[in-house]
Design a protein around this ligand. Sequence first.
Ligand code: 0RA
Length: 643
Amino acid sequence: MTQTADSYSAEDIQVLEGLEAVRKRPGMYIGSTGPTGLHHLVYEVVDNAVDEAMAGHCTQIEVEILEDGACEVRDNGRGIPVGTHHQYENLSAAEVVLTVLHAGGKFGGDGYKVSGGLHGVGVSVVNALSSKVEVEIQRDGKLHFMSFKDGGEPDQKLVVTGETSEDTTGTTVRFWPDIKIFKEGIDFRANTLLERFQMMAFLNKGLEITFIDNRNTGKNKKTSYKYDGGIKDFVQHVNTSKEALFETVGFFQDQDDEQEVEIAFQWNTGFNSDGIHSFANGISTTEGGMHEQGFRTALTRIVNKYARDNGQLNKSDDGLQGEDIREGLTAIISVRLREPQFEGQTKSKLGNVSIKSLVEKATGEHLRDWLEENPKEAKLITQKAVQAARARIAARTARDATRRKSALDGAGLPGKLTDCSSKDPEESELYIVEGNSAGGSAKDARDPRTMAILPIRGKILNVERSRIDKMLNNTEVQALISAIGAGFGEEFDLEKIRYHKIVLLADADVDGSHIRTLLLTFLYRQMKELVLNGHVYIAQPPLFSTEVKKSKIYLKDEHARELFLKENPKHKADFGRLKGLGEMNADELWDTTMDPEKRTLLKVTVEQASIADEVFSKLMGEDVESRKTFIQTNAKDVRFLDI
Ligand code: 0RA
């Protein structure tokens, strides 16, 4: 017999009021009701399954996007408990997990090995923000089912629907995000999800996460991640498209009563000195924090000591600086702790002081031992750091020269820049335009009050493959730095940016996309905060043009062309494919691409900095083959872009 929810008890009502609060202010629980918030729903359910894995009860998680756009998450964990809940006599524990805020998986009390962090809001939040939720539980030799509708109203109370073997356990949660809440759309983006699942698989050694996309766009596409080497594999992955300085990936771990740390590291021959990626309870800490500080401090001390003890630094030599030692370093720091404090602008900086001492002590001891045990690698590391120190000193000279030079250029602005008249960065936009002729049109087209134009000629220098001293000699790079006005590298100061929107405007062809990636790489490597804080955009010039009654009209993309054909079935005139921005005059460029009322700009976001790191290296690094393959297979889909 099935029991239907035909009468509400006082408890039911209380529960529904809780979920109603979530529907009233979704932002408070999932950050936003845009794409980011939408994807949080998936993470929330998957995080619960990962908790099961961390507690040693789950080895496989499968996420499937169904044809109708629903998301299904299956795991082989213990299954959500099905018995009566001790506090709510009218409800099963499973119903409590799905309908009571913060009831999550947290009533097990498994010490600090429970996650939480940003996404620990509970599956009930997913229920509150979905138009329908179905849950299947395998536990105690039985199959159970329950469902909810309209943001958590019980549709079908928990019932036994069949039998299963005693030792088969697991949970399936299927949910349909509510379009009334996610007004911008309820379309999951496969790459966003994949990046996160891959990261989770790296951070949870041996856990297999499979993603299946059954929508038209990705018909039955299946991707699995499973890493038996955990974060050692993560380091290897980030370094795939770089040239490793040596084969070995170093690894150590340590813990005290309250917290634990794992670190994997390897150097590559590149020049990037922020290849440290850190995580706390499986959440990416892009702004760093105490765990990173502890690691950096110990790293600098230990490598300096090793270099002195082994004669690579003489008594009279200056010490190696942290950045010298970090040049070419890829390291993953993963910590787990009881109550992570997330601070900073994007709440992605770990504030717990206690973790600093653990990481510093662990790195001090284990890295010292590792260097002693791996003398060949240790020598390569110290030699590279010594060279980096020399380059740093050369760069300082070059930088001073750049500063003097820009001081001579009037207000320090590059001659090629056509600035806007507004001095308010918040409303000011910098268009970086490929080529002088397109630059000319953009200049005529712009709103001179708020839009500045900087034409960039040819290919700017590939920053992934040159040290900073060489980069600074490049005039295009100099112009970019001084136009934006906030410095670069470690000295970059977000407060000083002269424009809140930096818009890349390049042709929709292969050359254009190359330029765009070069610019993105430059901005990501040298002005990371600009990217992380959402100031970088990509303009979308139309792809097609056609004529209607002798007047030219432009169509944004294939979709727009199809729509147009549907509405104008008699249209037989050709569709020209626009090759360059130069084909449009100033009015057309304004109408189609720059007018804030009509344009679409893609905001560049980096979902997972560590994965982006690998992608950038693939695009820009030493390994020509992997770059070619990547550009060929991803030419149209610029990754880590979100609208
Ligand atoms: C509450 C308690 C326990 C597990 C879970 C919830 C749980 C929740 C989800 C959500 C998706 N998959 C899940 N798997 C488990 C602990 C179970 C026990 O103590 O036996």
